[in-house]
Design a protein around this ligand. Structure first.
Ligand code: ZN
Length: 133
């Protein structure tokens, strides 16, 4: 991967689903998006649902703690929250998943200073950045 040589050796952060089909597409997207060689990965099933609902406080606390390590120790330059097609833990349709994604994005933006983006991975495992404005 010769393009990696041009990247600065910096970190970004992803809060991603555990789904194995989306890991590599998301990592490659974020490497380019933040010009960051390393993507710190925090994975739980359907993080967009967890952060939108704000019910599972223990899991949310664990996610927050892991984000803090990525920011404080690795000086992460940007963060992403991810939702995707055919999610085992969040089977709701795309339109509903995007509502969860927006709520999660708003929550993370309110809690952290660094840039946060929202990603949707479609049925072809293509990654799309979602702007809610
Ligand atoms: Zn999933």
């Amino acid at each position: 991967m010769p393009y990696l040589n041009a990247m600065e050796k910096k970190f970004c952060t992803v809060i991603n689903c555990i789904d194995g089909r989306i890991q590599i597409p998301v990592i490659e997207y974020l490497q380019q998006r933040f010009n960051a060689l390393y993507v710190d990965s925090i994975t739980v099933p359907a993080p967009n649902l967890i952060l939108a609902e704000q019910k599972d406080k223990l899991v949310i606390e664990q996610i927050m703690d892991r984000i803090s390590i990525s920011i404080d120790i690795h000086n992460s330059v940007g963060m992403s929250i991810v939702a995707h097609h055919d999610c085992a833990r969040n089977p709701s349709p795309r339109v509903q998943q995007l509502i969860h994604l927006e709520k999660s994005l708003n929550f993370l933006t309110s809690r952290f200073e660094l840039p946060v983006i929202a990603l949707w991975v479609d049925e072809n495992w293509q990654v799309h950045e979602i702007n809610f404005n």
